[in-house]
Design a protein around this ligand. Structure first.
Ligand code: AMP
Length: 192
């Protein structure tokens, strides 16, 4: 199996690049942001709880997020591996993911691919996406900046953990989508 953590601030192109990786390597994507949005749309208890954090640009508490992820990893799949998109975002989640992948899949995380994009480009991209996505957290510049700040504050420790394990690879996330995909594919080929 190929198990990838796809890493990058909001607006770095994680979703788009995850899609290209999925098709290329037959992977199943688990995006915690998408799972929360699905729950909010359906007005579930989890969705209501998540909304109170997400609308303010804050992270949803670890245990809530981890429990949701476990349910998702346990679902049967014929994929050749997983892309974790938007998870882990904290050190607690990083440890939890290692345990979940080991216990449920009898496997481990192979690599953390990190898309690097500077802040001002991220803000511009997200405001543009907000014009059409209808996402409340994409339409307000203050909320966007809070999400980017929160991302760096809380995820620096995640990057550090993967660096210590020799699994952290940075990819320039600015440029043509296909060009960025090729760079990601080359990194995945190395761990296959
Ligand atoms: P995203 O689509 O990945 O930018 O996620 C949108 C929002 O969902 C984030 O700003 C957080 O509020 C929440 N969220 C997504 N993934 C996580 C996670 N791993 N831990 C905590 N909160 C999360």
């Amino acid at each position: 199996m190929i198990n990838i953590v796809l890493f990058g601030p909001p607006g770095s192109g994680k979703g788009t690049q995850a899609q290209n990786l999925i098709e290329k390597f037959n992977l199943k994507q688990i995006s915690t942001g998408d799972l929360f949005r699905y729950n909010m749309k359906n007005d579930t208890e989890l969705g209501k709880l998540a909304k109170s954090f997400i609308d303010k640009g804050q992270l949803v508490p670890d245990q809530v997020t981890i429990d949701m992820l476990i349910d998702e990893v346990k679902k049967p799949t014929d994929a050749s591996g997983f892309i974790f998109d938007g998870f882990p975002r904290t050190a607690v989640q990083t440890d939890a993911l290692e345990g979940i992948v080991k216990d449920v899949l009898n496997d481990n995380i192979d690599v953390c691919l990190s898309l690097v994009v500077e802040d001002e480009i991220l803000v511009k991209r997200l405001l543009k996406r907000g014009e059409t996505s209808g996402r409340a957290d994409d339409s307000n510049e203050n909320v966007i900046r809070a999400r980017i700040t929160e991302y760096y504050a809380k995820t620096a420790e995640v990057a550090e953990l993967y660096k210590q394990q020799g699994k952290y690879v940075e990819i320039n996330g600015v440029g043509e989508i296909a060009e960025i995909s090729e760079k990601l594919f080359a990194e995945v080929e190395k761990i296959k």
